[in-house]
Design a protein around this ligand. Structure first.
Ligand code: ZN
Length: 181
């Protein structure tokens, strides 16, 4: 941020009084930009032992498969966001079962939260965000074509829990010692 969103004055990078890290601070109106991580929320849609995946029709990772998920919006809960993203990306209305994985990704300032969910019926279709939407048996997951490592981790936890016969909650992180792409 170069200019204050409140008054348009040029901002300075400085540590506000009582704070411990640099923020964009407006010297004119004292606005402080607290730039914090963003939440991505989505679902693991299940149907008759299979998982619904979406082939991305948008960048990043165009053409790769993902679980339906996206940036949470203001004024919604994590669950509402997950259900909205699932509908937007896969055309399916799902019934949420439980929170399943929460993965921090510090190098891109994101937290990814996935809920287990069930499709009431095999009702889904391609969307503007997904060129293809399909159910995959657990031994048919296209591991080499998964869009994001948080999705890979979540699917690995899901398969392990499925084999164990009990679905837990998995808090994890992806640590990459490099700059965001
Ligand atoms: Zn200002």
């Amino acid at each position: 941020m170069r200019f204050c969103p409140k008054c348009g004055h040029q901002v300075n990078m400085e540590i506000p009084e009582g704070d411990n890290r640099e923020r964009a601070v407006c010297p004119n109106c004292a606005f402080i930009d607290y730039d914090n991580p963003r939440m991505i929320t989505g679902t693991i849609p299940m149907y008759e032992g299979k998982i619904l995946l979406c082939r991305r029709n948008i960048e990043p990772r165009f053409g790769y498969w993902t679980l339906p998920a996206g940036f949470m919006e203001n004024a919604e809960t994590t669950l509402q966001g997950a259900l909205r993203e699932t509908l937007e990306e896969s055309g399916s209305e799902v019934i949420a079962k439980q929170p399943f994985s929460m993965i921090s990704i510090p190098h891109v300032n994101q937290v990814h939260l996935y809920f287990l969910a069930e499709l009431a019926q095999a009702d889904f279709h391609p969307t503007s965000e997904s060129s293809e939407v399909a159910l995959f048996a657990l031994d048919e997951i296209p591991w080499d074509e998964i869009a994001f490592s948080s999705v890979t981790k979540t699917l690995e936890y899901f398969i392990a829990d499925h084999k164990a016969g009990h679905y837990g909650f998995h808090e994890d992180s992806i640590i990459v010692n490099s700059q965001p792409q």
